[in-house]
Design a protein around this ligand. Structure first.
Ligand SMILES: C[S@@+](CC[C@H](N)C(=O)[O-])C[C@H]1O[C@@H](n2cnc3c(N)ncnc32)[C@H](O)[C@@H]1O
Length: 283
């Protein structure tokens, strides 16, 4: 029997945790999960002590190790993070964390950017206003599921006769025949833009200091999982990831060290469970 401050249980796979929100230190809780059981984790850690959460404990290396162990082969972890600026320099913690994930076996599959369309204005200190966070997409081996989001092409239908094509990973290449006209749709790029905290679904998280937008969780869950897959957020805060996973007919597990935030998460998920038509829209 393993004991934590908040939580007690035997090691028993994840059956008992599916579709629940658990209060506890996520390391202690994840230690109870079997190996290779999670399809996707979408999470955001406390950034460089920027915010002081109740009962704050943040053992990064242990969390990373547990995430690697419990992620399925081909599964993905999306780690949303930014640096604090202390004594006139960014801390570099985000990069250090990404490289640590790589050291313990994850692939750094993609370094994506979460661009805020309404960034918080900052006091001018001889640098440009910060308006983005990293979304490190880490995979255990080769990614097993990718349902790419597509967007309209800016120049749909445009004839590209006579243009050259550069592929920077393989030296410059010149087209031998004219290019086809630009397609209508293409796979979305890896800079994703969101308005933060304004939509009704995001207002539900009022009371938590740092929720990410539902739309961000939705785009990742749709991209890296299929219906019925298991989605985890080990530091789920206001419950954005479990809420959206439930809405999209995925199984969810949320963990947070604060029992108050866990209660907020349960309320958000319950609202989705009580509106079955919402889930059907995304089938
Ligand atoms: C940046 S917030 C996450 C916000 C969340 N993505 C949302 O949309 O509401 C980080 C969360 O990590 C929690 N936390 C900090 N240390 C933890 C730990 N060791 N185990 C579990 N949760 C922890 C904090 O209570 C906080 O809610």
């Amino acid at each position: 029997m393993q004991t934590t401050n908040f939580f007690q249980c035997d090691k028993m796979g994840i059956g008992n945790y599916i579709n629940s929100i658990i209060a506890g230190n996520c390391v202690s809780v994840m230690k109870n999960f079997d190996d290779n059981v999670i399809d996707l984790t979408v999470t955001s850690p406390p950034y460089d002590d920027l915010r002081n959460y109740n009962g704050y404990v943040f053992p990064f290396k242990e969390i990373a190790g547990e995430l690697y162990r419990i992620t399925k082969q081909g599964g993905v972890v999306v780690w949303v993070v930014a640096d604090a600026t202390i004594d006139a320099t960014e801390t570099g913690t985000s990069f250090r964390q990404a490289l640590f994930f790589k050291d313990i076996g994850f692939n750094l599959h993609d370094t994506m950017i979460f661009r805020k369309r309404n960034p918080i204005p900052q006091i001018y200190r001889k640098r440009y206003n910060n308006e983005f966070e990293y979304m490190f997409v880490l995979s255990k081996g080769t990614v097993k599921t990718h349902n790419p989001i597509r967007v309209d092409c800016l120049h749909a239908g445009l004839e590209l006769n006579g243009t050259t094509y550069k592929n920077y990973s393989k030296n410059e290449q010149v087209r031998e025949k004219p290019a086809n006209p630009v397609k209508d749709r293409k796979i979305k790029g890896n800079v994703w833009e969101y308005v933060v905290g304004k939509k009704q679904e995001d207002q539900e998280a009022k009371g938590h200091p740092a929720p990410f937008p539902c739309e961000l969780a939705r785009d990742h869950i749709l991209s890296w999982t299929n219906k019925g897959d298991v989605v985890l957020d080990p530091m789920c805060g206001s419950g954005t990831t479990p809420r959206v996973a439930c809405e999209l007919n995925r199984q969810y597990i949320g963990i947070d060290i604060s029992s108050g935030y866990c209660e907020m998460s349960r309320q958000r998920v319950k609202m989705i469970e009580m509106q079955p038509t919402l889930a059907i829209e995304f089938e």
